[in-house]
Design a protein around this ligand. Structure first.
Ligand SMILES: [Zn+2]
Length: 272
């Protein structure tokens, strides 16, 4: 969840070079038109249809990623010289991979278009997301890091259910965002943050009272607790980015007075 500049190698050069190769020139005009549409609508899956490559054409286009995906310019999108603070798609600290914003199974013409290749962690690329690339209703879709400039702001937090012993929670968009963006962020976080994220929230929640006690003492008041949580939030943002998992977690804690009160009770209940 982060805005990224377009990667090196974005643009028509990829297509023009490939179409200069023997047997590829016939795909050129349709392929360039599809790429132009992609740029125009910023990869928005509600505003673009598959170009219509079928059969051997589709297989050849899709297969380009198999031969090119792990080396050269495409590998550098995955692993830039300056490492990402956290996964640009989900905010985890997980391993590096690449995701096709529009899946190459449906859009083989974008299989090696750099604009369609988004750095993501291995969890983002897992089975949980599968071939999902948009929701069932407009505007539900994933954030596109190259085109959604507004994604550089704080976007989400955890929402805790009232019974904190049960510890049920959901990732949600921040209420300060515009309605349409909230729909996109809600779709994005609720599709991408899966089991690994839930496990990490449970670990963080379990360890938090002891961590806080070391900073604010055994009998903190609400003001001291909030001040410490805000410092922890800023530390997380500085180190891992404004939409990293820790930042979403701590924004959710700070947004809910009942959660802060519960943490004070849990600090009191810790063994001396
Ligand atoms: Zn991720």
């Amino acid at each position: 969840m982060k805005h990224l500049p377009l990667p090196p190698g974005a643009g028509d050069g990829v297509i023009l070079r490939q179409c200069g190769k023997l047997g590829w020139g016939g795909r050129r005009s349709l392929w360039l038109a599809a790429a132009a549409r992609y740029h125009k609508v910023g990869g928005n899956p509600w505003r673009i249809k598959p170009a219509g490559f079928t059969g051997a054409d589709a297989t050849a286009l899709s297969g380009l990623y198999d031969s090119r995906g792990s080396s050269g310019p495409i590998a550098r999108i995955r692993r830039p010289a300056t490492p990402f603070q956290s996964c640009p798609m989900c905010g985890s600290l997980g391993g590096r991979s690449l995701d096709h914003a529009l899946p190459r199974s449906l859009f083989p013409e974008f299989s090696i278009l750099h604009e369609n290749l988004v750095p993501a962690c291995t969890m983002c690329n897992s089975d949980e997301k599968g071939r999902t690339y948009r929701g069932v209703r407009r505007p539900d879709r994933f954030i596109h890091p190259y085109y959604d400039r507004w994604a550089s702001r704080a976007l989400w937090r955890i929402q805790f259910e009232p019974d904190l012993d049960m510890l049920q929670f959901t990732p949600v968009s921040l209420p300060t965002l515009a309605h349409r963006r909230r729909r996109i962020v809600d779709f994005h976080v609720q599709k991408l943050l899966g089991k690994e994220w839930r496990d990490s929230v449970r670990r963080e929640w379990g360890a938090l009272p002891a961590k806080l006690r070391r900073r604010v003492g055994a009998s903190p008041n609400v003001v001291a607790m909030r001040d410490e949580l805000k410092i922890r939030l800023q530390d997380a943002i500085d180190c891992y980015g404004i939409n990293c998992w820790d930042a979403g977690f701590l924004r959710g804690v700070l947004a809910n007075p009942a959660v802060v009160t519960e943490l004070i009770l849990r600090i009191h209940a810790l063994p001396a």
